[in-house]
Design a binder for this molecule. Structure first.
Ligand code: ATP
Ligand code: MG
Length: 314
């Protein structure tokens, strides 16, 4: 409790009809933290984020941002002071990358020269060369590139706070890791206060200065990654950590050929090289949404079939 509280929730609840999405939540996030929310689907993570930038209002309790009760603030003006990046990126499809990034600076009435300079600076920061990307449309970008543009847009007006709701959720594991590294690199320069929502405990452990584990609208544990790993508050947190660690550690050590079955007349469309780990195989299956892979040798000759049930067996 030494730094400056950039965000504070005081006994905040939010109901939707009979559902209590956020249940008497109190939390303090200090300037410069990366606070990561994690928890089961529907536990209230996105709702909490939306309460911070007043996309929705609290049913009871108070949200304070940078020393001000948001109930007293104009929601549009508040939102311009907070970057917001979401999984679907929310880019305008008929606008170029440059125009998409410039939205908030334009709303704020920045001069054209200042906006141009800012767009160039951000594209560079996110490893998207201006000459190549400024005039592209969102449909001409890969998922990872679009996500970078989404992050650039969230940063455009240099907000103190960045809200990120599963910003990398739709990406393949390799691009995802690259963007996580990029976010950490950028944060080491800009020192924003970042509130980040994820489903992925590895992502949480990697990015967070503090992790908030939520269940049914409540905080189960709010701690540093180290404390979470060393002192999980209860079996819910233990499960969240344990399953990831044990399952993934095991999957990283096992090779696909240990689990493949004989070839049949119908070959799966997606292939994986012999010698790959089961962890890589699972990532590929999730990414391509398939339940089997074709295991091939170095010359792309099919050797066997890897069904998902063979690797998920307890
Ligand atoms: N606008 C809304 N109207 C009615 N119910 C809502 C609304 N927004 C959220 N809810 C409900 O509130 C609860 C919390 O939803 P929320 O989106 O915050 O969950 P989440 O933790 O972000 O889940 P996920 O991981 O699936 O994104 C859910 O039961 C959801 O159905
Ligand atoms: Mg959500």
């Amino acid at each position: 409790m030494t730094g400056k509280a950039m965000i504070e929730l005081r006994n905040v609840s939010r109901q939707f009809g009979d559902i209590t999405a956020v249940d008497n939540l109190s939390l303090r996030i200090e300037q410069g933290e990366i606070c990561v929310f994690i928890g089961t689907s529907g536990c209230g993570k996105s709702t909490t984020l939306r309460l911070l930038n007043k996309l929705i209002d609290c049913s009871s309790g108070e949200v304070w941002v940078d020393g001000e009760n948001v109930a007293t603030l104009d929601s549009k003006l508040l939102r311009r002071r907070m970057g917001y990046a979401i999984q679907s990126t929310g880019l305008f499809p008929h606008w170029t990358v440059e125009r998409n990034i410039a939205v908030v600076p334009q709303l704020l009435g920045w001069s054209k020269d200042k906006i141009d300079a800012r767009v160039r600076e951000l594209l560079e920061l996110l490893s998207l060369p201006y000459a190549t990307f400024a005039n592209k449309f969102p449909s001409q970008l890969s998922g990872g590139q679009a996500q970078r543009v989404g992050v650039a847009r969230a940063l455009a007006a240099d907000p103190d706070i960045l809200l990120m709701d599963e910003p990398f959720g739709a990406l393949d594991p390799i691009t995802r890791e690259a963007l996580q590294n990029e976010l950490l690199r950028i944060q080491s320069h800009i020192h924003k206060t970042i509130v980040f929502v994820t489903h992925d405990i590895d992502e949480a452990l990697r990015l967070a200065t503090h992790i908030v584990v939520m269940d049914k609208g409540r905080i189960v544990q709010h701690d540093t990654p180290e404390n979470l790993l060393n002192h999980p508050a209860n079996s819910f947190v233990e499960n969240l950590l344990g399953q990831s660690e044990r399952g993934l550690k095991r999957a990283s050590l096992q090779r696909v050929e240990q689990f493949m079955s004989a070839l049949s007349s119908e070959l799966p469309e997606v292939s994986i090289a012999v010698g790959s780990s089961v962890r890589q195989a699972l990532s590929l299956m999730l990414w391509h949404r398939v339940d089997a892979l074709c295991v091939c040798d170095q010359d792309a000759k099919p050797l066997g079939i890897l069904p998902i049930r063979a690797v998920l067996k307890p």
